[in-house]
Ligand binder design. Structure first.
Ligand code: AMP
Length: 284
């Protein structure tokens, strides 16, 4: 069964009646198989799943695509319904606020900041973006009060921000990171892929292929990191990269001397579309 809720008051009273284990999947909608993989996992792990569809104004900068971000509620509901039919007897509550004030009432003045990750890597390119993400997720967690919450590792830094927030604020919520779902070509699924022309889609393959190339080069060996840096510098001669970096997978520090897991994080920009991707790898 799929229940659609459009107001926060209704959501709170629905939530108050739940007695079982609640999973939560926050999204901005325009759903694809990446989002649905989170929903499926949440359905497997929990008795009921709350699924939010909310384009969060607080995580968009002034020159970002907030207004033109695709809003496709009807199609989204169809995908959710289809997924639900494979999980008979489970309830999905879709929270799609009819207006932003449902989530952020007028004069709402709380901001949740996670300074550890705020101004590095992706944060350098998107001022206050991660504060906006932490603030909306905190607010949704307060309303939904889930036991488990599911996030894609596609947005790796976002995952770290949320995990840190929950730890700092001692919120009793398990944060589960889920693998990146890709097209067969390797391109990570993203709502923003639809902005790409056929030619750009071809060029976009460069992103994942470069990550794989570096990962293969490193081959789990810490001793190879210095040489990998040189490889990266050569790849970065292509001006379409916003960045391509090796960071510690837990702290996102540039210092990898003590790292046992590193992340390769990158943004490749085609026209005005910024494509994010990452890989995690163990090193010894
Ligand atoms: P968004 O709607 O873009 O805010 O994404 C909602 C959630 O879906 C986030 O936790 C994303 O990391 C996750 N997500 C987006 N794309 C993918 C993907 N290709 N594979 C796995 N998870 C994804």
């Amino acid at each position: 069964m799929v229940k659609l809720i459009r107001t926060t008051n209704e959501l709170i009273s629905c939530r108050d009646q739940e007695k079982e284990r609640i999973g939560f999947v926050p999204t901005m909608g325009n759903l694809h198989a990446g989002h649905i993989s989170l929903l499926e996992k949440a359905l497997r792990d929990n008795d009921v799943v709350y699924f939010s569809i909310f384009v969060n104004p607080k995580q968009f900068g002034p020159s970002d695509d907030f207004q033109k971000y695709p809003r496709t509620l009807e199609d989204d509901l169809e995908l959710i319904q289809k997924c639900n039919s494979n999980f008979e007897g489970k309830k999905i509550v879709v929270f799609a606020p009819e207006k932003p004030q449902e989530v952020f009432p007028l004069n709402y003045s709380q901001t949740v900041a996670v300074p550890t990750f705020n101004n590095i890597v992706e944060g350098r390119f998107r001022l206050n973006h991660f504060d906006g993400v932490a603030t909306v997720v905190y607010r949704l967690f307060e309303i939904v009060k889930p036991h488990n919450a599911y996030f894609g590792l596609k947005d790796y830094q976002q995952f770290l921000v949320i995990r840190q927030m929950v730890k700092d604020l001692a919120m009793p919520i398990e944060i589960i990171g889920m693998p990146i779902i890709r097209e067969t070509t390797g391109l990570a699924l993203s709502s923003r892929n639809q902005y790409l022309s056929t030619e750009q889609k071809q060029e976009a393959l460069n992103l994942y292929q470069s990550l794989l190339k570096i990962s293969n080069f490193i081959d789990g060996k810490k001793a190879k990191l210095a040489m990998a840096k040189k490889e990266i510098n050569t790849i970065l001669l292509d001006a379409k990269w916003n960045y391509l970096e090796m960071r510690d997978a837990e702290t996102m520090s540039e210092d990898l001397t003590k790292s046992s897991r590193i992340t390769l994080v990158a943004v490749y920009q085609l026209g005005s579309t910024r494509l994010l991707d990452n890989l995690q790898l163990e090193v010894k």
